[in-house]
Design a protein around this ligand. Structure first.
Ligand SMILES: Cc1cc2nc3c(=O)[nH]c(=O)nc-3n(C[C@H](O)[C@H](O)[C@H](O)COP(=O)(O)OP(=O)(O)OC[C@H]3O[C@@H](n4cnc5c(N)ncnc54)[C@H](O)[C@@H]3O)c2cc1C
Length: 565
């Protein structure tokens, strides 16, 4: 086994010669990902993907669809306005709101407006919010919600802006919590502002020798991630992000600032652990139990396409049942140049020797292996595609809250769908899957790329009962994403986008006989007809009761928002 040190991207080479150049990897990774296709943070690895169908008729809080994208169809958009029962006090007086807030309000015409309106994916730049309100405190949130009720303005909540479907923007008020980004920790717990980006969470906590299990992408917001679950490279050891949650400060639709935990507002606290962002209130800060930020061993594996079926079979028998310290993904890749390949990224909370022993248990030997050791923070930087970058650089560029003048991250558009697999894929299912990836390679839009990405579950994730938190997917072996990267990363429409959407529908449909029917609520999928059951399963009824209790008027709503009971 090769033991490398240095930049993993420079070390990595595919079996058919040197790997794609660094910039191509970054692009393929839908946005951040240096280790992109290799590690967990990309459309390929961290998986991105607003399904091409942005919500249409999304009504209150939903963005309008970029031209000629597929319609939202069965996602049942809700078109009523918030605060529906009340009369509007007339046209929204944004100037008056701005005077009442600590944080800035950015309106159309302001030079900051184009950047302030952006989500992670450029395909949603067509959205034109009435105002972007940067709440600086819980009191600002209270004032903003009262304003929304008074003027019947739709509200979309935004933290990191990575909603796959663009549902953290819309036509009314974007209520952005990025300014509330303080991170502190002591005595085994941490308090994290709801607007914190993951790179800031990892960096600030690692400085104190602790961490929380979270996702791989530096620019993802802690709010959306936590509220929908939160999977990442330490999930099998430390659980989901929401499993470490011990309390939260929430402003509910009635304007009350609540400090919730297992004793106070226990049903709301339950719903915040996996019930999905944007549903039950505006979280302003999270309290987490911390875990040790230990040194890691990580590595990159690759196989030729001829081994794809055998590798899938071996991987699914290996990763979900490995020791908790091990995490692995698996990627079936169709590169822009038409090449097909199989890669995996592995991480181990322990030594390189222990990691090598685990890899030796994988039934199909990789053609290439490179292993590395690093501190916890350095490893998370690799997984996020920002190895060696400063904390400031690992942000989107700019001076608005959540960005950094030194920021070097770029945005990317893509489309994706997800499945939770609760049993191993059969031989015929694997053949179906690999054939679908090959079909992409034959029909792909010029310059486009695609992947099927598996993230191993099991371990600590599956030791929590499905009803203990709102995150119901507790018997999964792995979460799969089918991802199509647009050749033009900014595109939200056009023939290449439609071609990508067709392939996603093709692979997703082909895999129906082999999946559980569950889907991950953090990978919002506007094309998913049975989303309520797929995201929430047996927890749906209780979630609806919580919605009814804490937001009976439906002030917070979006096309796949949990409805009241
Ligand atoms: C590039 C990329 C990488 C990703 N990597 C991972 C990963 O490694 N692991 C993983 O599990 N997931 C991952 N995801 C999915 C991610 O968890 C979800 O997209 C998540 O919802 C993003 O949160 P956000 O705050 O950045 O997004 P936002 O778009 O700001 O918010 C997402 C949802 O939460 C709501 N929301 C935002 N702020 C608040 C608040 N303060 N209170 C209540 N609701 C709020 C929004 O209204 C929206 O519905 C990734 C997504 C992308 C695009």
């Amino acid at each position: 086994m090769q033991d490398d040190s240095g930049d993993p991207l420079d070390q990595w080479a595919g079996p058919s010669g040197p790997g794609p150049d660094r910039r191509r990897l970054l692009r393929l990774g839908a946005g951040a990902a240096a280790a992109a296709a290799l590690a967990g943070c990309s459309a390929v690895g961290r998986s991105a993907g607003a399904a091409t169908g942005t919500p249409t008729g999304a009504g209150a809080a939903g963005p309008s669809a970029p031209p000629s994208t597929p319609r939202n169809g069965p996602a049942t958009p809700q078109s009523a306005q918030p605060g529906q029962s009340g009369q509007s006090a007339g046209p929204a007086d944004w100037a008056a709101l701005a005077k009442d807030l600590q944080g800035p309000v950015v309106l159309p015409g302001d030079s900051r407006y184009p950047a302030a309106g952006q989500l992670y994916q450029p395909q949603f730049d067509v959205l034109r919010p009435g105002a972007i309100v940067y709440a600086a405190s819980a009191q600002d949130v209270v004032t903003s919600l009262a304003f929304a009720r008074r003027f019947t303005v739709p509200v979309a909540l935004r933290s990191g802006g990575h909603s796959y479907a663009g549902w953290s923007s819309g036509t009314g008020m974007v209520l952005d919590v990025s300014s509330m980004n303080a991170v502190s920790s002591s005595g085994g717990s941490a308090t994290v502002g709801a607007g914190s980006r993951l790179i800031d969470v990892y960096t600030e906590l690692a400085a104190r020798g602790v961490t929380i299990p979270a996702g791989s992408c530096p620019s993802v917001g802690v709010a959306g991630l936590t509220l929908g679950g939160g999977i990442g490279v330490t999930s099998r050891a430390y659980g989901l992000t929401c499993d470490s949650l011990t309390g939260a400060q929430v402003v509910t639709a009635d304007g009350r600032i609540r400090q919730v935990d297992a004793q106070t507002d226990p049903d709301l606290f339950w719903a915040l652990r996996g019930g999905g962002g944007g549903n039950f209130g505006v979280v302003t800060s999270f309290d987490f139990r911390t875990s040790p930020a230990v040194d890691c061993a990580y590595g990159f594996l690759s196989w030729p396409w001829s081994s794809a079926a055998a590798v899938v079979a071996a991987w699914q028998a290996w990763a979900p049942s490995a020791p908790d310290q091990l995490w692995a993904n698996l990627h079936l890749l169709a590169w822009p140049d038409g090449r097909l390949q199989v890669t995996a990224t592995v991480n181990y909370l322990g030594s390189q020797g222990e990691l090598a022993n685990q890899i030796d248990r994988l039934a199909v030997r990789p053609a290439t292996v490179s292993l590395h050791s690093a501190s916890y923070l350095a490893t998370m930087q690799v997984m996020g595609g920002v190895a060696g970058w400063s904390q400031a650089a690992a942000h989107l560029p700019g001076t608005l809250p959540g960005r950094s003048p030194q920021g070097r991250l770029t945005r990317e558009s893509y489309a994706a769908r997800s499945d939770v697999y609760t049993r191993a894929i059969s031989t015929s299912g694997i053949a179906t899957l690999t054939a679908a990836v090959q079909r992409y390679a034959h029909t792909a839009p010029q310059g486009g790329s695609a992947a099927v990405a598996f993230d191993a579950l099991g371990g600590a994730v599956n030791r929590v009962a499905p009803g203990d938190t709102a995150f119901v997917h507790r018997d999964g072996l792995f979460i799969a994403q089918y991802i199509a990267n647009y050749p033009d990363p900014g595109a939200g429409s056009g023939p290449a986008v439609e071609q990508s959407a067709r392939w996603l529908q093709d692979v997703w449909s082909a895999m129906r006989p082999y999946t559980s029917g569950e889907a991950y609520q953090n990978y919002l999928d506007p094309q998913l007809a049975g989303w309520q059951q797929a995201y929430y399963g047996a927890n749906l009824a209780r979630l609806r009761q919580v919605k009814q209790a804490y937001d009976p008027q439906g002030l917070l709503r979006f096309p796949q928002g949990v409805p009241g009971a």
